[in-house]
Design a protein around this ligand. Sequence first.
Ligand code: AMP
Length: 401
Amino acid sequence: MDLDQIRPQPSGRPIPVRRKQTVGIDLGTTNTVVARNFEALSLDSGGYVMPSAVAFPPSGATLVGQPARRRRAMDPKNTILSAKRVIGARWHSSYTAQFREHYPYDMRESSDGGIEIQTRAGITSPVDVGGTIVSGLCRLTRCPVRGVHAVVTAPVGFDQRRRDATAVAVAKAQFASVQVVEEPIATALAYLNRSSLKYAFVYDLGGGTFDAAVVDCSSYPFRVIGHGGDPYLGGDDVDRTIALYVAERTLARDGWDLSNDAVTFDRLVNACELAKCELSESEEAAIAIPSVDPAAPESCGIIPITRDEVRQLTLDLVRSTFGICDEVLAQASLKARDMQAVFLAGGSTRLPGVVEYIESYFGKRPRSDLDPMQVVGLGASLAAARPAVSELLSIPAPEPR
Ligand code: AMP
């Protein structure tokens, strides 16, 4: 038995108390990760991150993760992506208004002033979608939930209602208790583990969002003293930019338009995402047009794409993040040179050139020794196992079961 403490009984005989198992969860806009004791849990299918996607196909099944994400172009109204953008948000809010501009779901106001999404399988909500994602991930990673305490991360900008909604989504996976920690604090905990320093900058460029924060790490609990971001900036924009570039080249070279049909264009976006990821390892990648569009003429063949081209295509996007970094530093009344460390999070920090741009902005090499797609979940697992190191911000009422 795992003994955490021995509590004396009135009789003087000690009662062994079973130490609670703990996990950390990063319920992300694009991907979700679960980690235990500083180790991400792997999926049955391989890998450690699962797309934050839920789909309701005509078969009546509920798909989660990669199989769900694949349906986004063919069945957009029943394939729910990026639900985190509006988890816990009020119907009458800028979050919802912006979300409705970007996503084609059939949405309306729910009885509690939040959001309801009408799907083929009935009415769902961003919290339900979050719950389905976390339950699915726990199933696929064989992560135990009964009797387990979970810490989930939330953006600094989430108000109490949105933090509670995030915790309720996780509670739906049947965890015994759930608490919330702010994302940049989890990132700083993961990088620092048991070491310490005064000010750290967390630069988090994910699939759909950019977040920046200054964290005071001089004593526990760590504190965020400046934060900002762009909720619609990330790797998805890069994929679309590359896809439009490839489509233009295919049209100019072969007279074949890949951007006409939504499903074809989505396949091209996916192929460009794969090529983009390959380019962090190699100088050149290739996009095989016939695999994107089986109807394409033979002449289309392959479009090569180089690391340098992607660097050029993403320059403006990366540059725009530094304006936000300026504002975040100003909020904390600090300068870039005051940061003793820069911690990277989010898969898009692997884009060609990003580390170099960040290095020249801060005048120091950013830390990227932890997998940027896992780091937030890893930090959450530390927060869960060592509660003294971070202020856990919310203990929502457990969902009725
Ligand atoms: P996250 O939101 O942290 O899960 O990051 C997801 C984003 O990271 C997606 O846009 C991915 O395409 C992107 N990404 C993952 N690996 C790489 C890589 N090696 N190079 C560039 N982008 C990547």
